[in-house]
Ligand binder design. Sequence first.
Ligand SMILES: NC(=O)c1ccc[n+]([C@@H]2O[C@H](COP(=O)([O-])OP(=O)(O)OC[C@H]3O[C@@H](n4cnc5c(N)ncnc54)[C@H](O)[C@@H]3O)[C@@H](O)[C@H]2O)c1
Length: 270
Amino acid sequence: MYNLLKGKRGIIFGALDENSIAWKTAERVHEEGGTFVLTNAPIAMRMGTINQLAEKTGSQIIPADATSVADLENLVEKAMEILGGKIDFVLHSIGMSVNVRKGNHYTNQNYDFTHKGWDVSAVSFHKVMQVLYQKDAMSEWGSIVALTYMAAQRVFPDYNDMADNKAYLESIARSFGYFFGRDKKVRVNTISQSPTPTTAGQGVKGFDGFIAYADKMSPLGNATAMDCANYTVAMFSDLTKRVTLQNLYNDGGFSNMGVSQAVMETFIEE
Ligand SMILES: NC(=O)c1ccc[n+]([C@@H]2O[C@H](COP(=O)([O-])OP(=O)(O)OC[C@H]3O[C@@H](n4cnc5c(N)ncnc54)[C@H](O)[C@@H]3O)[C@@H](O)[C@H]2O)c1
């Protein structure tokens, strides 16, 4: 370990169980000397095992529904109290589509569900940043990261309305990142991660095929949750101070591939 985050304080959203990308990130941040508050939706607290993570990393948990500005205000105030100062890093690791959950096809959405999923998966990122910005809660040279997926740029039919939510999320990172950079010297980026076997990931129809295809297409294979945790640590560290407004691919090379030999072989008839 490198002590990359020694003395830094943060907030980590979205650790549900040990498969969660946020869970792995919390473990790695802890190993690198960072301290943080864990948060998740009140309902997820009951379903998940976040208490174990809190114990393991010596962290406190503050429940917050990321769509509620009042919850987020409470979270940010309490986090600064508990951690003893302004925030250096924030991980937004939140995603949920009600249409996906209910099995509604992309061409047959219930727009109340669409709206809810958009609020949870995309607008919540704006809300988190607006609260941090208005409370002047971020330290100079702080770093904010949200997790995304390449369905924001390319068509993955079974990703459903999450594709649109991710496009919106990435746009918020750029738009808010401008003001956060100019006014507070804080960087804002999204990390576009390979398909990863987590609760959210497995909600995508045909996920096994999806993950195997991505793996065969990528020269380095799929990035794991641990790879994502390591990349996020780097983005929270002082080694990436002027990287901002970027969508950063952590995908083993998938995003620049046309086709791979391994995938071709499944189509060649001899
Ligand atoms: N798993 C993948 O294949 C994959 C790939 C690329 C990007 N991502 C993204 O990574 C992030 C983390 O997902 P994951 O794969 O670790 O799955 P996960 O299911 O472990 O995490 C999703 C989290 O969102 C939380 N959440 C849902 N509604 C919330 C609300 N209203 N308020 C606060 N929290 C709420 C859940 O409780 C859960 O902890 C998501 O943004 C997801 O879209 C995942």
